[in-house]
Structures are given as structure tokens and as C-alpha cells.
Design a protein around this ligand. Structure first.
Ligand SMILES: [Cu+2]
Length: 109
């Protein structure tokens, strides 16, 4: 009789690669709402490790795309998506479908 099947080992590996919950909880949750073809205001005091939750309340599909390529989020209507801020600095964000939609994020250490 074998103590572990191959399936048990694979399931264990899948669990091991999930991010630890504490890492997620380390930063704060900051929401930015997209509506009427604009980004909502950038939250003040953004820090590395914070999670931005992009929420599309518009009738149109948008993206939240960083000009420095640090993230690129697709946002169909009523979708939301999270981005964990990985580095400090000024990050310009735009929508790939509507280049007039712009937002500047100021992220500190
Ligand atoms: Cu857009």
C-alpha cells in the first residue's frame, strides 16, 4: 500500500504555489472606479504592497494600462481586477481603447 498517490503529490504542489494570505493582507486595498469614460481619482498615499482594485462601472470596456508596462488590466463592463503595486515612483496609466483616459499614480516605498 502506498501512503501517497501521485494525485496527492500534485495537489500538494498546487497548494504550495499559491501566494500566502498574509502577503496579500500586508498592503491596503485601494479602489479606483472607472465611470463615464474617466478614471476615478487616484488614492492619496499609495504605497508599494498596496492592492489597487480597478472597478469598471461604465457601459464600455476599458483597460488600466501602465505606460511603464508594470501592469495591464482588461476591464469589461462590470468587471473588477486587482493589481499589487510592486515598485515606487510615478506611474502613468491609460486606457488602450480610449487614449484620452489617463491617470497618474504616485507610489511611495
Ligand atoms: Cu477605455
Amino acid at each position: 500500500m502506498q501512503p501517497f498517490s501521485r494525485r496527492d503529490i500534485l495537489a500538494g504542489a498546487a497548494v504550495a504555489i499559491l501566494p500566502p494570505p498574509l502577503a496579500w493582507a500586508a498592503g491596503r486595498r485601494q479602489e479606483i472606479i472607472l465611470a463615464r469614460m474617466t478614471f476615478g481619482p487616484a488614492p492619496k498615499g499609495l504605497q508599494v504592497g498596496d492592492t489597487i482594485v480597478w472597478i469598471n462601472r461604465d457601459l464600455f470596456r476599458h483597460t488600466a494600462t501602465a505606460r511603464d508596462f508594470s501592469f495591464d488590466v482588461d476591464l469589461p463592463p462590470n468587471a473588477e481586477a486587482s493589481v499589487v503595486l510592486a515598485h515606487a515612483g510615478m506611474v502613468a496609466v491609460y486606457c488602450r481603447f480610449h487614449p484620452g483616459m489617463n491617470l497618474q499614480l504616485e507610489i511611495s516605498e
